[in-house]
Write a protein that binds this ligand. Structure first.
Ligand code: GLA
Length: 388
């Protein structure tokens, strides 16, 4: 959206004359490294050019008034900017509200209310992180409106804190970090144990990143996400009896094989096998990309999906149908689910000349098996959150 359009839309909803601050916050797609950001692993996400646009302005009173173009029916949602708590009746506004709550918890002053206009083009519940996009965008908006100069890394950490403690989803740091720190045409190679990161240029000559959206309705907080995280914590404490480790990703595959007997339960063995093998795949995939070996990168994507399907058990029929059909299409170098799973999206590497046939073939097979349509987008890798 252009600055002019965003500004006009803000004035249409809120009136007045004082100029709003304008912010863009992207969505993200993770290329490889799934469900390991809360296990001290390495991940490889990129920010997208799709995202959420914000326009915001301070108010004289303590009211928080929020309008989203994506939830027009709700009109302007009004709530107090003081004494905030997660209120199920206030829908999406719990994400921006959580950021105000978190900023205050960290001693930052938000002395008055504000008018906030939002508009996004990330498909709803797609697993492309529309919620993290809203959190990080709101973080930058608050920092700008109140002259707080919060660093982008800290906006990411505040956003994760807010999602964990205000909204109740125990997500890792990956989504918020890449949304805050992403760079055009680069993936972020992030070590989630130390938050050390590098930018890796994603040069896809002759190949496109195609995102396939299952269009399955899901609620992340209600899903098995928190359960998986708890299983990893249980496994870690069992392994710590014999191994001096702080996180599961400190283990190599050989360590895992030596120690697996400690885990006793089959589900815990499978979860840890995914985590440890996925972490090794990320390292190999980043190296493959550096060498320009997209065939190998694609193969590692396929292996990642199989591990998420069979060992971590977070795919489900929709993501499996979309992905397994993709593997069979000529010109597809690799495909895997991306994000939390249980619905949401997958991502595929497809040769330019095959993209059209790919979308048709996978789309038809999906509709036939699942009964409704999938959505497809060609991903463009954009910059992290910024003032427009
Ligand atoms: C969600 C979470 C992330 C990460 C992924 C799975 O997107 O927000 O922190 O755990 O799932 O890799």
């Amino acid at each position: 959206m252009t600055k002019e359009k965003l500004r006009d839309a803000f004035f249409e909803v809120f009136g007045g004359t004082e100029e709003p601050v304008l912010v863009f916050s992207p969505g993200r797609v993770n290329l490889i490294g799934e469900h390991i950001d809360y296990n001290g692993g390495r991940v490889f996400p990129c920010a997208l050019t799709m995202g959420t646009w914000f326009a915001g302005r301070k108010r004289e009173d303590k009211l928080l008034r929020i309008y989203s173009e994506n939830f027009k029916d709700l009109g302007i949602v009004e709530r107090s900017s003081e004494a905030l708590s997660c209120d199920p009746d206030k829908g999406f506004t719990n994400y921006p509200a959580g950021l105000i709550w978190t900023f205050r918890k960290n001693g930052l002053k938000i002395p008055c209310g504000m008018d906030v206009y939002l508009s996004g083009n990330i498909p709803y519940a797609s697993g492309l992180s529309s919620s993290a996009s809203v959190e990080v965008g709101m973080g930058l908006l608050l920092s700008e409106l109140f002259g707080l100069e919060v660093l982008p890394e800290d906006i990411a950490l505040f956003s994760q804190y807010s999602e964990n403690n205000f909204n109740g989803l125990n997500c890792g740091i990956m989504d918020q970090f890449v949304i805050a720190m992403g760079k055009k045409d680069c993936a972020v190679y992030l070590d989630t144990a130390s938050l050390a990161y590098e930018y890796a240029p994603v040069k896809l000559e002759g190949v496109k990143l195609v995102i396939g959206c299952t269009n399955k309705k899901r609620g992340l907080t209600d899903s098995k996400y928190n359960e998986r995280r708890a299983e990893c914590e249980e496994a870690l404490s069992l392994l710590q009896k014999a191994a001096d480790i702080q996180s599961l990703c400190e283990l190599s595959l050989t360590d895992y094989e030596d120690l697996a007997f400690l885990l006793e339960k089959e589900n815990l063995k499978k979860r840890v096998r995914h985590v440890v093998s996925e972490n090794e795949r990320v390292r190999k995939a980043v190296e493959a990309l550096r060498q320009g070996d997209l065939e190998l990168f694609g193969k590692l994507m396929n292996e990642s999906h199989v591990s998420l399907r069979d060992d971590y058990e977070v795919t489900g029929i929709e993501l499996d149908t979309l992905t397994e059909k993709a593997w069979k299409v000529e010109g597809c170098l690799g495909a895997r689910m991306t994000g939390a799973g249980f619905g949401g999206c997958n991502v595929a590497l497809v040769k330019d000349e095959a993209v059209e046939d790919f979308i048709r073939a996978v789309g038809d097979a999906y509709k036939e098996k699942i009964g409704y349509e999938a959505g497809f987008y060609t991903a463009e890798i954009g910059d992290g959150v910024h003032v427009m």
